[in-house]
Design a protein around this ligand. Structure first.
Ligand SMILES: C[S@@+](CC[C@H](N)C(=O)[O-])C[C@H]1O[C@@H](n2cnc3c(N)ncnc32)[C@H](O)[C@@H]1O
Length: 276
């Protein structure tokens, strides 16, 4: 069993390799890392090509939703993207904040940060910044961000309570987040969980949806809502190896399985110990 630090090193190694591959290579390789084991890592990802601000070089098909669609970003906002990769969601957010706003991308994989910076330079943006750092300990001042977005990242972070506590700390009072992520519902047979990881990636670090929402509440967020939910459809050939006919039916009825969700949460306007 790996320690949290070892897990993070594995994640960094994987995304260093992905940063150096094309979108096409990621689509046909194992978890995007160049060996061939039939994984379609892009199974979760949405079509970004029609979105305003879309930048092809930043799109590595690594997301599992479109958080900016739900994030209510306004002109002039300061937006933070957690696990920004090559900058895909940052450039969409920049379209929404305009020149008066600011977009900050945070990622702990050096190669991703470098790639994102090259993309921003090519676009000539001076209000999009990419910073290297860990989501569990963000190098970002408190009460400084209007909107936090994130796309398919927190499932990779070992301490999700720390990740959401840090999100709470950096947000301004009344600020909010909209994050897309992978979660589980119900107990998946261990073999099926392993095969789902092999098939789609992003599953091994995912936690139960209820636990995920409970953490967000315990950290202090309010107005929590699931803005979008989509089941990840695994092929019958995989499912039949692990599920009885009755279980297969309940899987198809989405009573358990792997889901991509987009979640919203708001930092209260007033601190609990303060009057305002
Ligand atoms: C699945 S990719 C998603 C990238 C990007 N959000 C997108 O949709 O294209 C996950 C990204 O999160 C970063 N990441 C994972 N854990 C992190 C952590 N603890 N702190 C900072 N970045 C992290 C990885 O380096 C990687 O670039």
């Amino acid at each position: 069993m790996k320690t949290p630090e070892e897990l993070k090193e594995t994640v960094k190694e994987k995304y260093s390799e992905i940063a150096n591959q094309s979108k096409e290579e990621n689509a046909v390789s194992c978890c995007g890392v160049g060996t061939s084991c039939g994984v379609d890592y892009t199974i979760f990802s949405e079509d970004y090509t029609k979105l305003k601000g879309y930048n092809e070089d930043a799109d590595l098909s690594l997301g599992c939703g479109i958080p900016t669609e739900f994030a209510q970003i306004k002109e002039g906002d300061t937006v933070l993207d957690l696990g920004s990769g090559a900058g895909n969601d940052c450039f969409i957010a920049r379209e929404l904040t305009g020149e008066k706003g600011k977009v900050l991308g945070l990622d702990f994989t050096e190669e991703m940060v470098n790639k994102a910076r090259i993309n921003a330079d090519k676009l000539g943006f001076n209000n999009v910044e990419f910073r290297k750092g860990d989501i569990e300990q963000m190098p970002i001042g408190g009460d400084s961000i209007d909107v936090v977005v994130s796309n398919c990242v927190l499932n990779l972070v070992p301490d999700k309570t720390k990740a959401f506590s840090e999100t709470f700390r950096v947000l301004k009072a009344d600020g909010h987040f909209s994050m897309s992520d992978v979660v589980l519902k119900g107990e998946l047979p261990e073999g099926l969980k392993n095969d789902a990881e092999m098939y789609a990636g992003c599953v091994s670090g995912a936690i139960q949806k209820d636990t995920y929402l409970k953490i967000i509440k315990e950290v202090g967020f309010e107005n929590i809502s699931v803005q979008k939910e989509k089941a990840v459809i695994l092929p019958d050939e995989i499912l039949k190896n692990y599920l009885s006919d009755a279980e297969l039916l309940s899987y198809k009825n989405e009573e358990f399985g792997v889901f991509s969700i987009t979640v919203f949460g708001q930092k209260p306007a007033c601190a609990p110990d303060c009057c305002c």
